[in-house]
Design a protein around this ligand. Sequence first.
Ligand code: PAF
Length: 283
Amino acid sequence: MQIIGDKRTMRETVMEHRRAGKTVGFVPTMGYFHQGHLSLMRAARRENDVVVVSIFVNPLQFGPREDLADYPRDLERDCRLAEAEGVDYIFNPVVDEIYPQPFLARVRVEGITEGLCGAFRPGHFEGVATVVAKLFHIIPAQRAYFGQKDAQQARVILKMVEDLDFDVEVRVCPTVREPDGLAMSSRNVYLDHEQRKRACLLYRALEKGRLLAEGGERDAAAVEEAMHEVLREEPGIEVEYLGAYDGLTLRPLRELRGEVLLAVAARLGKARLIDNIPLLLED
Ligand code: PAF
């Protein structure tokens, strides 16, 4: 496995493989790997000749009061884990390599970025879209892998690729969970012992919503109330949003039909956790 920090070398390396007729799979990450990241690497390994993983904690997607400085990092461990998954290249640039100053360009996807996390993290998806657009140029892979856990991010990337004609197939892979249902996230390290025990309620609330919806409940307000009830079982869970959303537009629903996303964001102390369950509901 080779570690590359320079964008020209990275791009030329990928282009060489493509000229030789190889398929390249790309997994963009901010590092501090967990099983969710590793599952993306495995999918990329299965489906491509060459696998590239980027590790870059992107300052542009953090708000001024967010956790950029504290974001967990462990490059050595990440490299060991990636190598064990058969990753061929790690792209690990410094901030100036990605954002030479002054850096004035931005990629903005409208509409689907306004609700859910977008309402609580202004500028976040602009930061994500901008860095992913740059990474797609630096690593011109045929396939790129994202996790369903960041459902809104995945929608934003899919729309950016569609609207701006990026020549890459975006694969969205299932959320990987701890045995008690908590979605894996690098930010789970922020949870203390008590918060960690309560954190699985997010998934339990979504599961309650799923069971009701799959059992025939079509009233979004009834499903949402049932999900809130689960989160009220324990103190210290500060809900940002919890509800049923249209799976494509991400707008809140009144009636559950077709592609539905049950989604939640909540703070437990310092940790801000998100989770979701996508559903396909027949009439
Ligand atoms: O999901 C992440 O880790 C990040 O948002 C991404 C896609 C690597 C962009 O910085």
